[in-house]
Write a protein that binds this ligand. Structure first.
Ligand code: NAP
Length: 243
């Protein structure tokens, strides 16, 4: 049984990942920050169906909390085999209105968190000569999104982190890859108006908005043993919006 940590899996894409890994026989660590109730509901429903799931509170933008989370995980298992760095926030703002606080919060939540979690997870993976790290970027990290400069910068940083870490850890049996979602129906896109969502749908070559399971299936694929030769890649799951 593999041990899988999915950051930010109380809701949305992370929750879909937790469901898929757990239903496939892995033990999942469901990390949440604010949404304790939905994390616990998810855990309970997985356990009811015979899966192994543990909830774990941690603000992954805080390095001390990440250390504490990995210490807690260490009480249950030897280490994490699959790390999905998914936790993230979004904010739409004109560039000139982004404050220092907005910038720091975006970078620490969407980029530094992945650094903290990779740093904590990798020593065990190196010892085991196996590991799968999947980082969730965004198509806006690939091409840049207007009024989302800080978000795009953090997500582009995730791509850089993925590629460089993949180079460094390949010989240790650890692969590091990235999934870059397009427009996915979750709470994150819930604040978009119906008109905005409709125009994004029309801009997507498949004529559809994605669902969290579109992303979880891609993440799960990259986490497989058989995906060992896929390393340092950015897999766009966006209906062809960005090619
Ligand atoms: P979502 O529905 O808003 O869920 C975000 C998740 O991240 C929640 O579980 C939340 O946990 C967690 N989170 C936020 N800050 C955290 C922190 N400091 N520490 C721990 N957990 C934290 O978003 P989503 O759409 O599923 O997005 C998941 C990832 O996909 C994000 O990285 C996002 O940037 C990326 N993405 C999404 C889309 C899209 O269209 N939806 C497109 C491209 C990329 P709590 O509620 O417990 O705080």
């Amino acid at each position: 049984m593999r041990n899988v940590l999915i950051t930010g899996s109380s809701r949305g894409i992370g929750a879909a990942c937790a469901r898929l890994f757990a239903e496939s026989g892995d033990r999942v660590f469901i990390n949440y920050n604010n949404s304790q109730k939905s994390a616990e509901l998810l855990r309970n429903s997985l356990i009811e169906h015979g899966a192994q799931a543990v909830t774990i509170k941690c603000d992954v933008s805080d390095p001390n909390q990440v250390k504490r989370m990995f210490n807690e995980i260490g009480l249950i298992c030897e280490g994490i085999d699959v790390l999905v760095n998914n936790a993230g926030i979004a904010q739409t703002k004109l560039f000139t209105e982004i404050t220092d606080e907005d910038w720091q919060r975006m970078i620490s939540t969407n980029l530094s968190s992945a650094f903290y979690c990779c740093r904590a997870a990798i020593p065990y993976m190196i010892r085991k000569k196996f590991g799968r790290i999947i980082n969730i970027s965004s198509m806006w990290g690939q091409v840049g999104g207007s009024c989302e400069v800080h978000y795009s910068a953090a997500k582009a940083g995730i791509i850089g982190l993925t590629k460089a870490l993949a180079m460094e850890e390949g010989l240790s049996g650890i692969t590091v890859n990235c999934v870059a979602p397009g427009v996915i129906k979750t709470d994150m896109t819930g604040n978009l108006s119906d008109e905005d969502l409709e125009s994004l749908r029309q801009e997507t070559p498949t004529g559809t908005i994605g669902i969290p399971e579109d992303i979880s299936k891609a993440v799960f694929f990259l986490a497989k043993d058989e995906s060992a030769f896929i390393n340092g890649q950015v897999l766009g799951v966006n209906g062809g919006f960005v090619v």
